[in-house]
Design a protein around this ligand. Structure first.
Ligand SMILES: N[C@@H](CCC(=O)N[C@@H](CS)C(=O)NCC(=O)O)C(=O)O
Length: 233
């Protein structure tokens, strides 16, 4: 796809030899829909200090619906990552891929280490357990056609979200991070969902521990850049 409108950030993450014998810097390209799950990827990229081209997508201008974008991402959703022809379009998988390829051991407990199992659980929990009730709430409040919205479905989703948040609140009580004593990509995956719930006015005041934990994440420069750094987060 053309790089029209793309912006480049950060330091080169790798150099790949090409046929002429010179070195070529391949740059990650993120198709980014501001405020969406692609903020997870951007947040991680900023935490890791990777260079990245950002192609800003929009719900309004049809850029998610073009034929060329659908060739990368058949459902026309965000995020999509293109790493020199390796194309991925599931935010959690992109996070795992980037850590595996460029993380150099950062932001995830090592395979086989004490925190690894909990890390994997929370990494996936962010999309598989926290996002569905938030998405159902958003669907029944704003996204679905009015004729498809349902107050009953909205109530069910709000009750589900409350149960899920109570579990999270217990886990982050008096803790800075979800897993062990260090910030990890699990905080990114779950933190995005908590931010989303807050942004749409669906994050209850209790448990307070969630607000405290999320405030700590929101103080990170990479979080602020991903959500507020000119991307309309
Ligand atoms: N499970 C996918 C969900 C992707 C997804 O639903 N993205 C939303 C934004 S958060 C989207 O592109 N919505 C636009 C649309 O459906 O038209 C992931 O985590 O990447």
């Amino acid at each position: 796809m053309a790089l029209r409108g793309a912006r480049r950030y950060g330091a080169p993450h790798r150099a790949t030899p090409v046929a002429c014998g010179m070195e070529r810097i391949d740059v990650l390209k993120l198709y980014h829909l501001p405020g969406s799950r692609s903020c997870r990827v951007l947040w991680l990229i900023f935490e890791l200090g990777l260079e990245c081209e950002i192609e800003k997508m929009s719900l309004a201008d049809g850029s998610l619906r073009t034929k060329s974008y659908r060739e990368l991402n058949p459902l026309g959703k965000a995020p999509t990552l293109d790493d020199g022809g390796v194309v991925l379009y599931e935010s959690g998988a992109i996070v795992e891929y980037l850590l595996e390829r460029y993380g150099a051991g950062r932001l995830a407990p090592a395979v086989g280490s004490a925190g690894r199992a909990q890390y994997l659980q929370w990494l996936h929990w962010g999309e598989a357990t926290l996002l569905p009730p938030i998405a159902a709430i958003n669907g029944n409040r704003f996204v679905l056609a009015e004729s498809d919205r349902s107050e009953a479905a909205l109530d069910v989703a709000r009750r589900q979200l409350s149960r899920v948040l109570n579990v999270l609140g217990g886990v982050v009580a008096n803790r800075e991070f979800l897993v062990g004593d260090e910030f990890s990509a699990a905080d990114i995956m779950v933190g995005y969902g908590v931010r989303l719930a807050k942004m749409v006015g669906e994050l209850p005041e209790q448990p307070e521990s969630i607000h405290e934990w999320h405030d700590g994440l929101a103080a990170r420069p990479a979080y602020q850049r991903a959500f507020d750094g000119g991307f309309g987060g």
